[in-house]
Design a protein around this ligand. Structure first.
Ligand code: FES
Length: 81
């Protein structure tokens, strides 16, 4: 029997098809949620349902939140050295 953790690891051509199997949410959908304003795993869940099932994808969602939101968050900072 396959659990969600195993299924999250399925990839195609090096790209993960789903960020969250329980919600059938793709990485692209999750990134869209973050770019649209989600700033926490809970807000991603509210937006697309990712992370609201078994919870095995929460670390992945958190990582995607950091890598997707960080550049835009840094855009507002001034560069001083
Ligand atoms: S894979 Fe189960 S909640 Fe995301």
């Amino acid at each position: 029997m396959t659990n969600c953790q195993d299924r999250v690891a399925y990839t195609k051509g090096g790209d993960t098809l789903f960020a969250c199997i329980c919600a059938a949410a793709t990485e692209s959908e999750v990134r869209h949620c973050v770019r649209s304003g989600a700033r926490s795993v809970e807000e991603i869940g509210d937006a697309c349902g990712a992370g609201t099932g078994c919870g095995s994808c929460l670390n992945k969602l958190d990582g995607m939140l950091m890598t997707t939101s960080a550049p835009s968050e840094l855009n507002g900072l001034s560069a001083t050295a």
